[in-house]
Design a protein around this ligand. Sequence first.
Ligand code: KG4
Ligand code: ZN
Length: 346
Amino acid sequence: MLILGIESSCDETGVALVQARAASLPVLRAQALHSQVDMHKAYGGVVPELASRDHIRRVLPLTETVLAQAGARLSEVDVVAYTRGPGLAGALLVGAGVACALGAALGKPVLGVHHLEGHLLSPFLSADAPQFPFIALLVSGGHTQLMQVEGVGRYVLLGETIDDAAGEAFDKSAKLMGLDYPGGAALSRLAEQGDPRAFKLPRPLLHSGDLDFSFAGLKTAVLTQAKKLDDTLEARKADLAASTQAAIVEVLVKKSLAALKSSGLKRIVVAGGVGANKSLRAELNAACAARGVRVHYPELDFCTDNGAMIAMAAALRLQADAQAATRIYAFDVKPRWPLADLTLRA
Ligand code: KG4
Ligand code: ZN
């Protein structure tokens, strides 16, 4: 079964083809991506209307690229999958509209995928795929969640952010330091030259006893520190970046360890854009190695938004539930969509 996946929830247009066989792990045949980051940079963040228009421009050429790379014809596609939510409504509508139009034209079923389920299942794109059950730390620009993953469609939310997401904390702090949007990766590069102990920044909810996160206070503390530094900010920027990163990483690692301990599980998967952060990887690897816990990361290309994770999530859903896709082509999107709503039919 050949599954075409389309991702358009935010500022990346991703298209991919995944091949699924009955009893083995689905395989990625080809993928293509266009990031809009350069376009949104001038505005310091994603401009939804520009995002939607760019998705329209990119989605069909990317689909053609992917088919050519895989040496496949459109008529060979068995299911068209797309990100149904959560995300920007207009951006989601582009992917959903194109996917359902393709499905209708080909007479093939379509399947709306939850963006976070795509991130959660993205490690299955790696050669070193995890086995269920595992803890998932989902850290993106919009979400910070700890989840217990029992199987496809069986997700238990253990904790989440009560305000900003971890990626947002990186991006907002980076903006305060004059770095371009999205500043996560740039802040992380700058941090390599700084001292993580230079500034005492808060570790919100570190000792709250639950698995929730809060990053809004950290951003305020970074702002206060930046103002205090005033003229000397430029000279101390690397130290401030390193201290900010250390605060975010410490909270993420400690809460992940707490989730592993309370669940008794010995496997954790890190997904979402912040999963690309080198310091997070180093700290989590060290802590998990000391506790006999296996850590899985998707490859860097699959950490940030992409079409492959959507095609893969659709393939795994279809393996678990052959009726998951539909030939009803009227569609809607879900800009807000709790992951808890995803339960497999019995
Ligand atoms: O998963 P993703 O591509 O999009 C969402 O679904 O939100 O994640 C994007 C987020 C951004 O906030 C970006 O700054 C952050 O991931 N990010 C990083 C790094 N690379 C990307 N944050 C910290 N360190 C990085 N190396
Ligand atoms: Zn994402």
